[in-house]
Structure formats: structure tokens, C-alpha cells
Design a protein around this ligand. Structure first.
Ligand code: SAH
Length: 250
């Protein structure tokens, strides 16, 4: 049987209109769809398509199963939320291609970008990432917490705005609070902090605070936290939500 194809796609932050045409085309040609259960649950499948949901934290195994199916000649789609290259499945698939059998390298691979949560969250409140910024995952499941602290200090110390993915979870309850403590040593107390939850979904909620007051329990697993740079500004508007932006000259 000839080798099939694996497309690693991003379905955007939530709302279906945020799905790109290219991702939709990849979905339409799929026979088998792999991914974290809740992401697959967002899709409507045709009769000939089969979803193979898996738990989170089993990314390596999920990547191997999808590659095995592609080696067997199937047209396979791996589904990530947001963008597949941002703290998601594209890197997990590349890891398995590098470590796995020669047959994995023969698979036709396409990575189809998507709108990542950070961009949707920024757009929902103005342009907080309008100038130099970085993004970090606050999860210390796969890397040591000390490294995260070093990166936070470096980013705050050189004036980058920051977007935090995976800010908190039941198994990582203290890390976001510790990150705020550390940032208070480097940044002005009035630095804007945005908590953008479930962006583009019906339960979207945006909260804007100052670093001095920011509380980690305002975030959950569906929240993107954006910490401004010292140049980031909040523009209050009568009858309209406040705007947060980082000017282009900052
Ligand atoms: N690949 C995804 C990110 C996966 S990491 C992307 O590009 O968006 C999962 C984290 O993304 C969550 O913990 C949360 O911080 C963030 N996230 C994903 N969707 C979100 C949404 N709709 N609103 C806010 N944050 C979101």
C-alpha cells in the first residue's frame, strides 16, 4: 500500500469562523482524525470519517498512532486547537519522525497553521502585542520551573510584553501566582495584565487588571494571560470596553 498523508492542522481558538480555508480543506479530505477529545468534539464529521480521540498528556503516543496510520496508506489529520505549532502537536509529530522508523520520514507531512489563542486574545482587547513580545508556556510538565523563572526574568528585564499559555491547572496550582510575584520585582505595579478566557467562544470573558492586583485564581486552563511591557497602555472609553495596546515605538 502506498504511504498516505498526515496533515497537522490548527482549528483556531474556538469559533468556527476562525478556522482557515486550508484547515477546512485538510479536514474534508481526512479519513482518520486524531486529537485531544475536546478538540475533535468541536468538529462535525462526514459518514466516512472516523475520529480517534485521546487524552491530553499522551501526545507522543497519539503522534505515533497517526504516523502509523499514514504509513498504512490512510489520509490522516491531527487536530490541534489554535495553531498546531504553538505548544501543540506539530512539534510532537516532528519528535516522533526524528526518533521513529525510516518509514515515518517517507510520510507526506503538511502542517497547516491556525489562529493561535494569543492572537485571538490580543485582538479581543486592542493590540497588547503590538510591538516586541514573547510567549511562554507556564507548564512545568516537560521543563523545569527554574527555566521558566529565568525566561520570565529575562523577558521582563528587556521590556518584552508576554503571553502565557497553560497558565494554571489543578496539577499546577501555584506557578502563575509565583510568576506574578517574580514579575512584580521587574515591572511597574500598574503594568496591564489581561486575563482572556475562552476567547471567541460563547463564554468568552476578558478581565483587565494591574500587575499589583493580578490574582492567579482569575485564570483557568482556558485562559490566556497577557502581561504588558512597561510601555503598554490602557485607554478607557465611555460606553466602550477599555483598549489595551503597546505602541509601535516602545
Ligand atoms: N495550540 C494552541 C495552544 C495549546 S496550549 C494555540 O495555538 O492556541 C493550551 C492553552 O492555550 C490554554 O491553557 C490557554 O492558555 C490557551 N488557549 C487555548 N484556547 C484558548 C481560548 N479560546 N481562549 C483563551 N486561551 C486559550
Amino acid at each position: 500500500m502506498s504511504t498516505g498523508k498526515l496533515s497537522v492542522i490548527g482549528i483556531g481558538p474556538g469559533a468556527t469562523e476562525q478556522l482557515t480555508e486550508a484547515a477546512r480543506a485538510a479536514l474534508e479530505e481526512a479519513e482518520l482524525l486524531y486529537g485531544y477529545g475536546p478538540y475533535l468534539a468541536r468538529l462535525t464529521l462526514a459518514a466516512h470519517q472516523r475520529a480517534v480521540p485521546s487524552d491530553n498528556r499522551v501526545e507522543a503516543q497519539r503522534a505515533r498512532h497517526a504516523l502509523d496510520a499514514a504509513v498504512d496508506g490512510h489520509r490522516v489529520v491531527m487536530v490541534s486547537g489554535g495553531d498546531p505549532g504553538v505548544f501543540a502537536m506539530a512539534a510532537a509529530v516532528c519528535e516522533q519522525i526524528e526518533a521513529g522508523p525510516e518509514s515515518y520520514r517517507q510520510v507526506e507531512l503538511a502542517v497547516v497553521p491556525g489562529i493561535t489563542a494569543m492572537l485571538a486574545a490580543a485582538a479581543a482587547c486592542g493590540a497588547p502585542l503590538g510591538h516586541d513580545f514573547c510567549c511562554l508556556s507556564l507548564s512545568d510538565n516537560l521543563k523545569p520551573w527554574e527555566l521558566i523563572e529565568r525566561r520570565l526574568a529575562a523577558a521582563a528585564g528587556c521590556g518584552l510584553a508576554m503571553a502565557f499559555y497553560n497558565p494554571i491547572s489543578s496539577s499546577r496550582p501555584w506557578q502563575l501566582g509565583r510568576a506574578f510575584e517574580l514579575l512584580r520585582e521587574y515591572l511597574p505595579s500598574q503594568t496591564p495584565v489581561i486575563f482572556a478566557r475562552a476567547v471567541t467562544r460563547p463564554d468568552q470573558r476578558i478581565r483587565i487588571a494591574q500587575l499589583a492586583d493580578a490574582q492567579s485564581d482569575w485564570a483557568d486552563m482556558a485562559t490566556m494571560v497577557i502581561v504588558g511591557s512597561p510601555a503598554t497602555r490602557v485607554v478607557e472609553r465611555d460606553g466602550q470596553p477599555a483598549l489595551v495596546y503597546t505602541p509601535r515605538y516602545a
